[in-house]
Design a protein around this ligand. Structure first.
Ligand SMILES: *[C@@H]1O[C@H](CO)[C@@H](O)[C@H](O)[C@H]1NC(C)=O
Ligand SMILES: *[C@@H]1O[C@H](CO)[C@@H](O)[C@H](O)[C@H]1NC(C)=O
Ligand SMILES: *[C@@H]1O[C@H](CO)[C@@H](O)[C@H](O)[C@H]1NC(C)=O
Ligand SMILES: *[C@@H]1O[C@H](CO)[C@@H](O)[C@H](O)[C@H]1NC(C)=O
Length: 224
């Protein structure tokens, strides 16, 4: 019994690697270690995530930029039944890598540009539509014909994008995208968008308005 327990422990411990950098877990925008921290777990093929991005996340970024009041962590969380979401997540990482250098290491700006482009063109790769626009395409074709164009629309050169993405198996991007998924799955996330407020998950958070979030951030700072 004890041996079995240790075996389980070993399997569980091997499930997700210890992250080398905080950014491997999620993109932390605005101010690290601010009194208020909001996490969002989003899927680029999810229309509710796109809506939350436009109506909650981006307005919060604009409202709290340069205030030191908020840490906003965006977690790329591709749901397995949205067939192109994992590659959308890898594409997002490639785009952020490129744009971050262009933007003088401004991660917030790079992530906003990459996410904006992916959410804006979401219906180009959303596999759960009828018809599915990618139903006759291979994974490599989806990368070359759809994601490369989306990256270009955000200012990422086609050559850089394709060299980085390859056919979807460049370990430089595959591993961190997979590991970010593992970290979120280990926290029990099973739907998108899911929100956490200072580390706490609550279903009510998904119905909070921008005003609700703004009040919460201000209150958390007043209480700090
Ligand atoms: C970083 O990007 C954000 C969002 O685009 C912008 O508001 C901010 O001014 C930029 N910061 C710097 C230091 O350039
Ligand atoms: C995929 O191929 C089938 C069979 O040729 C065709 O009927 C269908 O319209 C194609 N789908 C798309 C999205 O082009
Ligand atoms: C993976 O991406 C990096 C960064 O763009 C690139 O330098 C490298 O050549 C790619 N590796 C493979 C095996 O395609
Ligand atoms: C959210 O905002 C609405 C409208 O202002 C308010 O009625 C409600 O009490 C708020 N909810 C929370 C949890 O703050």
């Amino acid at each position: 019994m004890l041996i079995f327990f240790f075996f389980l422990l070993a399997v569980a411990r091997g499930a997700a690697p210890i992250p080398q950098r905080a950014g491997d877990v999620g993109w932390e925008l605005l101010t690290a270690s601010a009194p208020a921290q909001i996490e969002i777990f989003g899927d680029f093929s999810c229309d509710d995530t796109a809506a939350a991005w436009q109506t909650i996340v981006k307005p919060l970024v604009e409202r709290f930029y340069n205030t030191n009041a908020l840490s906003l962590i965006y977690h790329v969380y591709p749901l397995p039944y949205h067939h192109n979401s994992f590659d959308a997540g890898q594409s997002g990482r490639v785009m952020v890598d490129y744009l971050r250098l262009e933007e003088k290491n401004n991660l917030t700006s790079a992530v906003v540009k990459a996410c904006d482009a992916l959410f804006l063109h979401q219906t180009d790769f959303m596999s759960w539509q009828t018809p599915d626009p990618t139903e006759n395409l291979t994974q490599a074709q989806v990368i070359h014909t759809i994601f490369a164009d989306i990256a270009r629309s955000a200012g990422v050169p086609r050559n850089f994008f394709l060299q980085s993405m390859g056919s979807g198996w460049n370990m430089t991007y595959f591993e961190p995208t997979r590991d970010a998924w593992k970290y979120a799955a280990a926290r029990g996330i099973c739907a998108t968008p899911t929100f956490a407020a200072n580390g706490v998950f609550d279903d009510d958070l998904s119905s909070w308005s921008l005003d609700n979030w703004t009040s919460w951030v201000l209150d958390a700072n007043a209480a700090a």
